[in-house]
Design a protein around this ligand. Structure first.
Ligand code: G1P
Ligand code: ZN
Length: 543
């Protein structure tokens, strides 16, 4: 066995986005494609010698092949030890936890989150740094620059590691530790959540359905909900990770998790329904006859977190991405705690969490998390909901309705226009922004505009500035219209339109969402020309 230096030529397209490098599987299968990208990281990381690296993925097609390459390259690049989830499995939050718990230099996550998998689906590689969260832009920029000039990489000539066998082996003096993907994570959850109370809840006849969508949370959910908390066997469905996600989209939204939604709206609904995505960082929460929007879920978790042992002392503050509804702001205001509005993407929360300024954070795109890791965490969110349900002994519906009575309701919707021509999408953005001049102070559709801008974030911790983070019109009554281009789509452009309207504690909370927002949606189309410029009559997905 030996360490080999392989000559290579750069690929021009290895720019890691908000969620790492994400491309179709055949792109990753090109010669040296994975190796170039991984070596670009190793060339930019300082102090890897002798350190620990965590590696795992969501089980999608090409997961194990990519892991074997990363393992052999880590050995050749001088790492002392790697920790890999058995069968190559680790959820994104579990990677974040293992990095923090074991003081690793960082970790590679092999996943394309909620995007479809299989030989023609998507694959992705993301690197998380020592605090457990996604690499900051300074690092991903450096990696991209490196990838454009890379001319060699180092790899150990070694046989593949048996990823199915728990235990430790060696590659060129580097220890390869295959660990159970669930053990450490489950033990950690037990310190944050009142497992005793949730056990009693299930023992009292409470029923849940958790849809793992043939993705990574299956093993976590089976162990924690069924084995540790006593949910009846069969409560967790689609629990075996599949390389193709059983030909589905592991996206817990109302399109791809429709069977769960239909069940929860039916006469045979259990008390609680939930789902998670490909890599286990997102969550969907549905009560019997009550869908909980992710923005509301964030606000409800923030308002009730003190009921769980991990947050018994109260929370320091809440952070939400700019397009996420302002429901959490109303909670922060009443609790007298900080609220922060950050750009889309989890990495912006890390500084606030590290500084102890916020405890809970979340995004409208079904991501909620806390200071326990530096990623959003689907299973954690479901556990915190269970803890709250166990403590309050109210239904999901009662908890939501009572929340609105106390804090008011933010009607909220997101319309996605997927696979739009890039030029058309840019034209829509340009037309919308073009309408902003002199808008502040004017009245539009009976509402006074208080702000129309392209959101710029000033990080209060490190002083950095992130411009161009989405176009928004904010009205004096709390309504908002937001338009931005997705940073995670892989084909053409995805336009996201977010619309919100606030109705106070005494207002009508039982309107149909799209109807409640119809005038704002029409106004958005008027100003941005979405239908006209894209030729689309309707969004691809409404959430
Ligand atoms: C989407 C979501 C965003 C999330 C990201 C990664 O990004 O909108 O909230 O952080 O996926 O999961 P987008 O495609 O909108 O750029
Ligand atoms: Zn995800």
């Amino acid at each position: 066995m030996a360490i080999r230096t392989v000559e290579t030529v750069p690929y021009p397209d290895q720019k890691p986005g908000t969620s790492g490098l994400r491309k179709r599987v055949p792109v990753f299968q090109q010669p040296n494609y994975v190796a170039n990208f991984v070596q670009s990281y190793f060339d930019c990381l300082e102090g890897g010698a002798g350190k620990l690296l965590v590696i795992g993925g969501d089980g999608r097609f090409f997961n194990q092949e990519a892991i074997q390459i990363v393992l052999k390259m880590a050995a050749a690049n001088g790492f002392g030890r790697v920790m890999v989830g058995q069968n190559g499995y680790l959820s994104t939050p579990a990677v974040s936890h293992l990095i923090r718990k074991n003081k690793a230099l960082g970790g590679f996550i092999l996943s394309a989150s909620h995007n479809p998998g299989g030989p023609h689906g998507d694959f992705g590689i993301k690197y998380n740094v020592e605090h457990g969260g996604p690499a900051p832009e300074s690092l991903t920029d450096a990696v991209f620059a490196r990838s454009k000039v890379i001319d060699r990489y180092k790899i150990a000539e070694a046989p593949d590691v048996d990823l199915s066998a728990i235990g430790t082996s060696q590659i060129e003096g580097m220890a390869v530790e295959i660990v159970d993907p669930v053990d450490a994570y489950a033990a950690y959850m037990e310190t944050l959540i009142d497992f005793g109370a949730v056990r009693l809840l299930f023992a009292s006849g409470f029923r849940m359905r958790f849809d793992a969508m043939h993705a990574i949370t299956g093993p976590y959910a089976k162990r924690i909900f069924e084995e540790m908390l006593g949910a009846p066997s069969g409560s967790v469905i689609n629990a075996v990770p599949s390389p193709t996600f059983n030909d589905g989209h592991p996206d817990p939204n109302l399109v791809h998790a429709k069977p769960l939604y239909d069940l929860m709206m039916s006469a045979s609904a259990p008390d609680f329904g939930a789902a998670s995505d490909g890599d286990g960082d997102r969550n969907l929460i549905i009560g019997r006859n009550r869908f909980v929007t992710p923005s509301d879920s964030l606000a409800i978790l923030a308002a009730n977190a003190h009921l769980a042992p991990g947050y018994a002392g109260g929370i320091a503050g809440v952070a939400r991405s700019m397009p996420t509804s302002s429901a959490a702001d109303h909670v922060a205001e009443q609790l007298g705690i900080e609220i922060h509005e950050t750009p889309t993407g989890w990495k912006f929360f890390a500084n606030l969490l590290d500084a102890g300024r916020v405890t809970i954070c979340g995004e409208e795109s079904a991501g909620t998390g806390s200071n326990h890791v530096r990623e959003k965490d689907g299973v954690w969110a479901v556990l915190l909901w269970l803890n709250i349900l166990a403590a309050r002994r109210e239904s999901v519906d009662q908890i939501v309705v009572n929340h609105w009575k106390r804090f008011g309701r933010n009607y909220y919707t997101r319309h996605d226009f997927e696979e739009v021509e890039m030029e058309a999408a840019k034209a829509v953005m340009a037309r919308f922004e073009g309408a902003f001049g002199g808008l502040a102070g004017q009245t539009l559709g009976g509402r006074t505009v208080s702000l129309a801008d392209n959101f710029t974030y000033h990080d209060p911790i490190d002083g950095s500035t992130s411009a161009n983070q989405g176009l928004r019109i904010v009205f004096a009554d709390g309504s908002r219209i937001i338009l931005r281009m997705s940073g995670t789509g892989t084909v053409g452009a995805t336009l996201r339109l977010y619309v919100e309207r606030f109705v106070g504690p005494d207002g009508d909370h039982e309107l149909e969402t799209q109807a409640a927002l119809a005038d704002l949606i029409a106004l958005a189309d008027d100003l941005a020309g979405i239908r006209e410029l894209t030729g689309r009559d309707a969004p691809s997905v409404i959430t």
